[in-house]
Ligand binder design. Structure first.
Ligand SMILES: [Mg+2]
Length: 205
């Protein structure tokens, strides 16, 4: 990664992705499958629902998840309510436990975070998944370092939704041109940045 100091020139706000950016997520998919082997069809349905939800946009978290869990249940024996229970109490908590056990924050991204903290640049974590605080805690990263911790579904869609990226800036009181998005996926984080005219720093996996 480029030197944290140069990257931050002229930057007034930083929006960081979580998975794959604050920590190296390599190996997590395999570990999830191993841990959730007993519910692989549900896991597959979650993947598919996520893919289908890429370009839908809702006003609220509730509308987004109503659509998401209905999609997960379509054509299966489980209901949308069961999919929701599974997602919130099995899937996300398995991910948090795996992160706590096997994953570490990326030193170069922690250096950037430290430099922002030193300069008083407000930071946000903007994730495509929930459980942001629990994941940060699992990594040993203080959630309080970030003035805003939010997931795209809470704002009504998935990345790279332009409306959600705009809401993030609004919540931060930030302007696109002086904001830096940091992420590991060009098509998600890079496109989010582009949608609001922000700069983008790619963290390569
Ligand atoms: Mg990511």
């Amino acid at each position: 990664m480029t030197d944290a100091k140069n990257v931050l020139n002229g930057v007034q706000n930083v929006v960081l992705d979580l998975d794959g950016t604050i920590y190296d997520k390599r190996g997590i998919a395999g570990r999830m499958v191993k841990k959730l082997w007993w519910c692989l069809p549900v896991l597959a349905a979650e993947r598919l629902a996520r893919r289908n939800a890429h370009y839908v946009q809702f006003e609220t978290e509730e509308e987004f998840f109503t659509y998401f869990f209905r999609t997960m249940a379509r054509g299966h024996w489980w209901t949308a309510a069961m999919a929701e229970q599974w997602y919130r109490h099995v899937y996300l908590s398995a991910m948090v436990r795996i992160i706590a056990r096997y994953h570490q924050p990326r030193p170069e991204v922690m250096a950037l975070i430290e430099e922002c903290r030193r300069r008083g640049i407000p930071m946000a974590v903007y994730s495509d998944y929930g459980s942001v605080d629990s994941k940060l805690e699992a990594l040993g990263v203080d959630p309080e370092l970030f003035v805003l911790r939010v997931s795209a579904p809470e704002l009504g869609a998935l990345k790279p939704s332009a409306a959600c990226a705009e809401k993030v800036l609004e919540m931060l009181g930030a302007k696109g041109e002086t904001t830096l998005f940091v992420g590991d996926r060009e098509e998600k984080d890079g496109e989010s940045a582009k949608a609001v005219g922000a700069r983008f720093l790619l963290i390569e996996n």
